[in-house]
Ligand binder design. Structure first.
Ligand SMILES: Cc1cc2nc3c(=O)[nH]c(=O)nc-3n(C[C@H](O)[C@H](O)[C@H](O)COP(=O)(O)O)c2cc1C
Length: 326
């Protein structure tokens, strides 16, 4: 039986999962022996994520974290992806397991972070990519590793095109500013969003910070910044799926969190260079390349060695729990 205490503990772990712009777009409830994770559309990103694709990937990350924590507590969780009237919720059914499992990834839940700092030149050893590939539990999800010239030649045109689409007009910038947290006190107070210190940016308050971001995030500057990341990142992993719907996005999230935790365990930093996946037309073009062979790229991860950054904040378990009868 899932006690209140255990439910609280599982949600406390699950909220440490990554989410696009750290929106934490999830709500947790329980019914008997089932944990339900529902999308919180008040936290959607209509400009950066118009299809709620990253929202559902984030729910998948939270579900995987919850399942790793449950296994560590002696349960054998089973995930059901349930869709009604175009809305998908995740239901994790519990049964007692014979043996404890996954405890090695459980240890790394709180240590994992998105490392937005500069990566060292060193290429992770081959066994790293092998272990990351092995970490994916789903047969629907593929992972492609690329590096150096091959990565630059494949990704740079799509990155530039997607960036042009994304940064045209002010909508993207305005949404980003809304989710940025420009001081430690604002980041703690909201306990969500993109804390500037976690990206190596100054903590200068909302008025000046918002103004500064409007000057910095231009199409040309963003292209330059992202191409530099493309050139200086030693290794990329593209997570891709057969299909491009809610179910596949959730599956991506499950795999992404397992990859992120495994990388953390191996001492490998990870961050994102997702722009080509975020614009649907560009995502389709990238899917049709020789490397991807029609599987849809969902997330592009940078891998390497980097120093830790100040951590992003999270809302408490209590703040994301709802009563299903409400
Ligand atoms: C689906 C998804 C997409 C993301 N895309 C980006 C991205 O494009 N750029 C980026 O810097 N971080 C990206 N992130 C990382 C989040 O911003 C990060 O998880 C969040 O700020 C919380 O920080 P943490 O991962 O260090 O806990 C993404 C995360 C997820 C789950």
């Amino acid at each position: 039986m899932l006690s209140e205490e255990l439910f609280n503990e599982i949600v406390r772990c699950a909220v440490m999962a990554p989410s696009g712009h750290n929106t934490q777009p999830w709500l947790f409830s329980k019914k008997k022996n089932t944990i339900v994770i529902s999308p919180d559309f008040r936290r959607a990103l209509p400009v950066a994520d118009p299809q709620n694709r990253e929202l559902y990937i984030s729910l998948g990350c939270a579900a995987e974290t919850a399942m790793i924590a449950l296994r560590n507590h002696g349960f054998e969780p089973e995930l059901k992806v349930c869709s009604t009237s175009g809305i998908t919720t995740l239901e994790i059914d519990l049964a007692k397991a014979e043996t404890k499992a996954d405890s090695d990834l459980y240890t790394w839940i709180s240590a994992r972070q998105t490392a937005r700092g500069t990566f060292a030149k060193d290429l992770p050893a081959r066994h790293v990519s092998e272990q990351l590939r092995d970490a994916i539990a789903s047969s629907n999800v593929r992972i492609y590793f690329i590096q150096g010239k091959e990565a630059f030649e494949l990704l740079s045109p799509y990155l530039a095109e997607a960036n042009r689409v994304q940064t045209a007009g002010n909508a993207y910038r305005n949404e980003l500013i809304q989710w940025m947290r420009f001081s430690r006190s604002e980041a703690i107070h909201k306990s969500d969003g993109l804390y500037t210190a976690s990206s190596g940016l100054p903590t200068i308050g909302r008025t000046f910070g918002g103004w500064l971001i409007k000057q910095i995030i231009t199409t040309a500057n963003e292209e330059k910044r992202q191409l530099k990341l493309l050139k200086t990142t030693p290794l990329f992993a593209i997570i891709a799926t057969n299909g491009d719907d809610h179910e596949q996005w959730v599956q991506t999230g499950l795999a992404l969190q397992r990859i992120a935790l495994t990388a953390t365990k191996l001492g490998i930093a990870h961050a994102y260079l997702n722009t080509p996946c975020q614009v649907e037309t560009v995502r389709k073009k990238l899917a049709s390349t020789k490397l991807l062979q029609d599987s849809t790229p969902q997330v592009i991860i940078r891998l390497g060695y980097a120093k830790p950054m100040p951590r992003a904040f999270r809302r408490s378990a209590k703040e994301v729990m709802i009563n299903l009868t409400e």
